[in-house]
Write a protein that binds this ligand. Structure first.
Ligand code: ADP
Ligand code: MG
Length: 234
C-alpha cells in the first residue's frame, strides 16, 4: 500500500537548512494499523505530511497503492489525495458554523457527489461513529471526543485507502482517547489501513506495529500484540 525508500526531507530557512528526515525506508501493507512514535521534533508530522501528499520529499521515492508519487502537478496530486487519503488532526479541524452532518458531507461535495447522496452517506458515517443523534449539532455543542469522532467520520466518508492521524488523541483525556482508539480499531478491523502519530505508549500499543523515529531515522520498527480497547473500558 505504502512504500518509501531512502526518504530525505530538509526545511530551508534563508541560508540555513534543517535536515529532518535522513533516509527513511518503510513499507505498510493493506490493513495494517501502525503507530509512529518519537519525541517532539523527531520528524513524525513531517513524515505523515509527506505520506499524506501535503508536503513534498527532497530525495528518495514514495509509492502509494502502486502509484509513484513524484513530480505530480497540483491537480493530479489533489486528485490522488482525495481518492487515497483521509486525515485526522489533533485539533479536529471542524468548521465551526457547520453542523456535524455538514462537516462530514463536505469532502463529498468536493468529490462532486450529489446532494442527496452526500446527506445519506454523511449520516451513515456519523452513525458508524455513534453520533447519528448529533447530526444537527454544531461542533461547539460537542465534547472533544465527539468532535474527533465527527472528524473521523468526515475522513472515512470519502472512503480513503489510508487514514492518517496526527496525534488524534493529543487533545483528549485518557478515557476519551480510548473511546477514539476503540473507533480506530473498529475501522481497522474492517480492513482499512491506518497510521497514527502518537507519543503516548498506551495508545501506540493499541496499534499492531510501532515505528520509532529518532533524529530523522527509524531506530525501531516492531510488530506488537494489540491491546484491545474494548477490554479495558466499558
Ligand atoms: P514532530 O511531529 O515529531 O514533533 P515535526 O515533523 O513537526 O516533528 O518537526 C521536525 C523538525 O522540523 C522540528 O525541528 C521542526 O521545528 C521543524 N519543522 C517542521 N515544520 C517546519 C517548517 N514548515 N519549516 C521549518 N521547520 C519546520
Ligand atoms: Mg508533530
Amino acid at each position: 500500500m505504502i512504500k518509501i525508500e531512502n526518504l530525505h526531507k530538509s526545511y530551508k530557512m534563508g541560508s540555513n537548512s534543517l535536515h529532518v528526515l535522513k533516509g527513511i525506508n518503510f513499507s505498510v501493507e493493506e490493513g495494517e494499523l501502525v503507530a509512529i512514535m518519537g519525541s517532539s521534533g523527531s520528524g513524525k508530522s513531517t513524515l505523515l505530511n509527506i505520506l499524506g501528499m501535503l508536503d513534498e520529499l527532497d530525495e528518495g521515492s514514495y509509492t502509494l497503492d502502486g502509484v509513484p508519487i513524484k513530480d505530480l502537478n497540483e491537480t493530479k496530486a489533489a486528485n490522488y489525495r482525495n481518492k487515497f487519503l483521509g486525515f485526522v488532526f489533533q485539533s479536529f479541524n471542524l468548521i465551526n458554523y457547520k453542523s456535524a452532518l455538514e462537516n462530514v458531507a463536505l469532502p463529498l461535495y468536493y468529490q462532486r457527489v450529489k446532494r442527496k447522496e452526500r446527506q445519506e452517506k454523511a449520516l451513515k458515517y456519523l452513525d458508524q461513529v455513534g453520533l447519528k443523534e448529533w447530526a444537527t449539532h454544531l461542533p461547539s455543542e460537542l465534547s472533544g471526543g465527539q468532535k474527533q469522532r465527527v472528524a473521523i467520520a468526515r475522513a472515512m466518508a470519502a472512503e480513503p485507502k489510508v487514514l492518517l492521524a496526527d496525534e488524534p488523541t493529543g487533545a483528549l483525556d485518557s478515557t476519551t482517547s480510548y473511546e477514539v482508539m476503540n473507533l480506530i480499531q473498529k475501522i481497522n478491523d474492517q480492513g482499512n489501513t491506518i497510521l497514527i502519530v502518537t507519543h503516548e505508549e498506551d495508545i501506540a500499543h493499541m496499534c499492531k506495529r510501532i515505528v520509532h523515529l529518532k533524529d530523522g531515522v527509524i531506530v525501531e520498527d516492531k510488530k506488537v500484540k494489540q491491546v484491545r480497547v474494548a477490554q479495558n473500558v466499558q
